[in-house]
Each structure stands twice: as C-alpha cells, then as structure tokens.
Write a protein that binds this ligand. Structure first.
Ligand code: 7RM
Length: 654
C-alpha cells in the first residue's frame, strides 16, 4: 500500500479530544491516562490483577496472576473459576433485566428487541438444548449463521456450558466450512436455512449440506434456525429445527464454572501458509480484554447504543458484538444485511432511526460510502452519534477526514483501533477523552500493553518514522493461547523470530516523533481485502488445485475502496492463452476460487504468463509481482529472470 504510506508521511493534522467529550469521559486527560500507564508500568501483573478483580465476577477468585513457567504459553488467573455467559447476562439481571440488550434490524426492515432478561432466557433454553443433544464442556460446536441475534445466543449458550465455539463467516464456501469443522473436530453444526444479504438469500443450509456430504465425520447433529423460510433439505436423524429443538427446553440452566484458561472459542484466520489457523482464546483473560477496551476505548455508558458493523464471523464481531457490549451491560445494535440496501444511506438511516451513539466500522465501508456522495449521510439526522471507530486496515487520511466531517460533524472523536484475531481486543488505540488523534494513526498502546517497533535483531527503533516489526513485549490477558491442533506453529509463527521474547504481530509499523504508531501493512503473505483477512498462499493453493493451473502466485495491489485487491499470476499446464487473454477461463478460475474459499477470495485480476519470476534459489519474487500488480515502475533487479520476455507478459503487455 505504498500510496497510503506516502500520504500518511505528510500527515501532521492533530485533533484534540472535544472538551465536552473529555469532560464526561472515564479517562478525561493525558494526565489521567499517564497515571494509569504508570500503574501498569510499575507492576504489570498487579495492574491486570486489579482489573480482573474489579471487572469480572468470579465464582472462585484467582490466586495466581500470570504463570509464565511454560512460556510462550502464558496462563492468566488460572486458578480462578468463572463463566463468561454469567458475566455477560446473569450479573446484569438485578439492575438491567428490563434493559434492551440487543436491537436487531433485518435487511428487509424487520426490527426485534431483546431485553437482558429475554436474552438470558433464550441463551439458557438453547444451552439446555445443546446439553440434551449431547454437547458437554470442551466439545467443539461450529456456528455458521447470518448476522441475527441467534448467532449471539448460540455463542453465549456454548460459553454457558463450557463448549468451545468456532464461528465460520457466512461468506465462506462449503469447502472452507468443511475444513474448519474437520480441523476442530466439531460434534455439532449450528446453521440457518439462509440469511438476507444484498437483496438475495445466502444459502447457508445448502452450503452446510455440501460440506457435510464431503466429510465431517465428527458431526452428530445439525441445528437449523428458520430465518428466510425458503425451501431447504432436512436430513432425518441429523438435522433438527432450532424452534422445535428448544420447544421443551426450560429457562433454568446453571452456568458451567470453568477455569480461567478454559478455551472460550476457536476462530480460524489466515496466515502465511495455505492452511488457516484455529486461534484459541481463553475465558478469563479474553473477557477482561473485551471489558477494559469497551470502557477505555469506547468509553461505553449505560445509555449508549453501540453499533459495531462487523460480522460475528470475524474477531471484531466476537469481541465487540457477542461479548464486550454484553459484558458491560450495554445495548448493542445488530444489522443483518448489506450497507447499500435499499440504498447507500442504510447505515445512516439505521443510526438516525435507532439513535446509535457509538459507531464502529471498517475503512473499506467508509471509503465505499464516501464514494457514493454526501447526500446519503446528509439526508439523515446523525446527531445521536458521539464516538466513531475504525478497524481492520490502515485508514487513509482522506477517508478519515470525511468520516470526521460528514458523519461525525467534527464533534465525535475517531478511535482508530489496531488489533488482531490473535490479540483478542484493541492493543493500539486512542483513549478518546485523553489522546489527540492524527488521521491514519492508531496512536498509542493501551495501558498494560507493551508495544514496540523493532529491527531484525529485535532492537527498538528509536529513530522517528523508521519502519520495523511491530511486537508486543509482555504477555497480556486476552492474547491467543495456541493454534488448535498445531502448537508448534503457534510457537514458531508468533514467538520464533525473537527467541520467544516478543510476540510478533506480522505487521510493519513506524513511530513518529510524538511516539504515535502508524501501521504500514503486513510483513507477511497476508492481505486485507475489504477488511477481510486472507492468505495469499490459500488463494494460490485453491488456484493450483484447478486441473488447468500449473503454478500460481497471488499478491495484493492497492485498491481505493477495498484497501487491497487480489492479483493472481497464473502459469497454465499447456500453452498460455493467445495475447494472455482467455475470458472464459478467467471466469472459471474466479468461480473456482469462490467455491474453494468463498466469494471474498475471488481474484480481481488474473494474468497469465509462461513462467513466474523466481530468484536463483527458486523463490517467487513477490515484491516484483507486487510492483507489477500496482502498475509501478520496476526498481528490483530482474537479471535473474530466466527470460526477460516474461516481464512483458507479467506486465500485461504481451
Ligand atoms: C481486528 C482485525 C489483523 C490485521 C492486522 C493489521 C490489520 C487491523 C488495523 C489494521 C491498520 C488498524 N483482526 N489491521 N486493524 N491495520 N490499522 N486500525 O482486523 O485478524 O482480521 O486482522 O489487520 O494488518 O495485523 S484480523
């Protein structure tokens, strides 16, 4: 993303917290934040222990804070007993039973509200149903649902009985679903007949059937929620309708108390190999991260209406839809559909009608809506908004300014939050009442998070604006615990580079003269396409699985709405199409990748060549391919290319 990096290099605007916001905020000034930081610096463990005592209701208090004896396998509060669903629901009932927990809006305009008491009842009934179907603590349950309250109910019900959920994004294909079910060894799949998105039905049950037809021997039962009501196939003895299954379930379901380290969920995410990683999160530490960041970064209040637009299939939808807002007793909004149905004003219409006060979305959505013009937001009353947030990729200053001006009316602070599936919650982000923001910077580490930018040897880079590896130098409660079924990969991917001392995020970053962090992009083969994290190797594996493809290399190229677009270089078995053009084959390969991974992974461009550029040792010259894909002039040494003529093919000039 060179263009972004160039523009942020010239970004010097500073936006101090609006006085009215700061005065009412939990953390009101840089001085108050510094005091908190100081506490954390003085005694990292005591700082987190104090918060864990204060913010979590424990069934049995913890004695041990941080156990580093098996580093880099860290355990937080390990002898403490708790239940995450109890912390999200039961503990609010005395004071907030009648408070709205979830405001849901379907794409077709249907609105549903659930109070804390109602949500608690539904979670208990569903948890009892899971138990009746044989699910017990530690079992894996895969959830493949649209963005509807039942997704949260299913996740919370798993948490209630100690089952480990693994949510698979509804946009993933049958093959991706099958891989994830098999890797997790799940006993149950929870899905729906379909969901509404973009005016169409997303055929979830059909995809689930396809996944199960090809494998998944561990699946014993499939629970199916009726959302669309369209015709689907139900398999006798395996498939059960959600509404029939819960009909006789009671609303009494005592929570299963689990150890703080008990896995709460797995979430598969892309890395730099062809196989996605099942990131394993804990119960106590994860919950603590969700709560502290809801309070620090979102400054969440009892009367807020909090809307995070992320799908529950991603980490953002876990921490800031299914868990964080409920853990702090807030009201959250969930929207099922696309931002452009019936028109590009849908988000703003929802904000105005429901009086959303905190709005959290991805830069790609901001850019897409910005492109469609100011008339859409201007037509709606956005005066209920008080805080805006972004996540998922660097935000370009132009989009930041538009968000600030046209959506926030120059009144709402913007929190640019850097974090990852692996970190569980925000790591670098402004505290909105205390930290001045700069468009494009995620600003500073949160209290208790020891982040740095280091060189290849692991030394801190002290020179301002010099890029390096983003690392976290001390364990934090909501960190991932391992990769499911592949602990060696956990150790090598995240801890290998700096001898187990630092957590390697995989991003490159720089710090400016004020110590502000600027994320420069991934340092590995991961790309972010419309905020979706994808591995280039995964797409390559999908491509080479096609009978006509001999070799493939996939890179990201800058895209003004999606952030990055997928560019695939393909070498065919047999001859290259005449002039490099074969539209039918290109369509076929795009659809093929769609089937193997999901529509989000379809390459935007496919370019055919007789060979791929390789170094003498046989490594694909990815940097060169990135340069070519972005249409920039070549600065790399290309003398090792077997055939310079290939260059013209790769440039699309032959
Ligand atoms: C939350 C999430 C993680 C990767 C991460 C970065 C990129 C996320 C920002 C960002 C710049 C941000 N989890 N990223 N947030 N880059 N500024 N505020 O996105 O696991 O799906 O992706 O996303 O590269 O490593 S994720």
């Amino acid at each position: 993303m060179t263009t972004t990096i160039d523009s942020i290099l010239h970004e010097h605007r500073l936006f101090v917290p609006p006085q009215a916001f700061a005065a009412a905020a939990r953390i009101k000034s840089r001085a108050e934040l510094a005091a908190l930081q100081h506490q954390a610096d003085q005694d990292h463990e005591a700082f987190w222990a104090g918060l864990a005592q204060q913010e979590i209701t424990w069934q049995r208090p913890f004695q041990s804070i941080l156990d580093s004896s098996r580093a880099p396998h860290y355990a937080w509060f390990k002898d403490g007993l708790l239940n995450v669903s109890y912390n999200c629901l039961d503990r609010h009932l005395p004071e907030r039973g009648e408070k709205t927990a979830i405001v849901f809006e379907g794409e077709q305009g249907d609105v549903q509200r659930l109070t804390y008491a109602e949500l608690h009842r539904e979670v208990c009934r569903f948890a009892n149903t899971l138990k009746r179907l044989g699910i017990t603590s530690g079992d894996r349950v895969v959830i493949y649902l649209p963005m509807i309250p039942e997704a949260v109910i299913a996740m919370q019900a798993c948490a209630r009985i100690g089952a480990i959920h693994s949510v698979v994004f509804g946009g993933f294909s049958a093959d991706s679903l099958r891989d994830r079910i098999e890797d997790a060894g799940a006993r149950m799949l929870i899905t729906a007949d379909g969901g509404h998105r973009g005016g169409k039905i997303v055929e979830l049950k059909a995809a689930a059937d396809k996944a199960l037809a090809k494998g998944c021997p561990s699946i014993e039962s499939v629970l199916v929620y009726r959302r669309t009501g369209h015709e689907i196939a139900m398999q006798d003895g395996r498939d059960v309708w959600w509404h029939e299954a819960i009909a006789k379930a009671t609303a009494q379901c005592p929570p299963e108390w689990v150890g703080s380290e008990h896995p709460l969920f797995l979430l598969y995410t892309s890395g730099s190999t062809g196989k996605p990683k099942g990131i394993q999160h804990s119960s106590g530490g994860y919950l603590l991260g969700a709560i502290t960041t809801m309070k620090w970064v979102f400054d969440i209040r009892d009367d807020d209406l909090f809307w995070c637009t992320a799908d529950v299939g991603w980490i953002t939808g876990h921490t800031y839809v299914a868990y964080g807002p409920l853990a702090v007793g807030a009201t959250l909004l969930m929207y099922e559909g696309a931002p452009t149905v019936p028109d590009a004003g849908r988000f703003w219409d929802i904000c105005a009608r429901h009086k959303v006060s905190i709005f959290y979305t991805a830069p790609t959505a901001i850019r897409a809506l910005m492109k469609l013009g100011d008339a859409f937001p201007t037509a709606h009353d956005l005066s209920s908004l008080r805080l805006l947030g972004t996540v998922g990729e660097p935000i370009n200053p132009e989009a930041w300014m538009w968000y600030h001006r046209v959506i926030g009316h120059e009144r709402c602070p913007i929190v640019d939050t850097w974090w990852q599936t692996e970190t569980g919650c925000h790591m670098l982000a402004p505290i909105p009442g205390a930290v001045a923001t700069k468009p494009g910077s995620c600003t500073l580490p949160l209290p208790g998070i020891v982040a740095d930018v280091v060189d290849e040897q692991g030394n801190s880079i002290t020179m301002p604006d010099q890029g390096g590896h983003l690392v976290i130098k001390k364990p934090w409660p909501s960190m991932l615990r391992t990769i499911w079924g592949d602990d060696a990969r956990y150790v090598s991917t995240y801890w290998g580079k700096f001898d187990g001392k630092y957590y390697l995020a995989g991003d490159s970053a720089r710090r400016d003269a004020d110590g502000y962090f600027w994320i420069m992009g991934r340092a590995d083969d991961v790309i972010k396409v419309s905020g979706h994290r994808l591995g280039t190797m995964e797409i390559e594996s999908a491509l080479v699985a096609h009978p006509r493809v001999a070799e493939a290399a996939v890179v990201g190229r800058p895209h003004d709405i999606k952030g990055e677009a997928i560019f695939a270089y393909v070498v065919l078995r047999g001859s290259r199409p005449v002039g490099g053009v074969d539209e039918a084959l290109t369509r076929e390969l795009r659809d093929w990748v769609g089937e193997q991974i999901g529509a989000i992974a379809k390459p935007d461009d496919i370019r055919y060549a007789d060979n791929l550029p390789k170094t003498r040792s046989g490594k694909i010259m990815r940097r060169l391919l990135r340069t070519l894909a972005s249409g920039q002039a070549i600065t790399q040494d290309t003398s090792t290319l077997e055939n310079e003529g290939i260059l013209l093919q790769l440039q699309g000039k032959a």
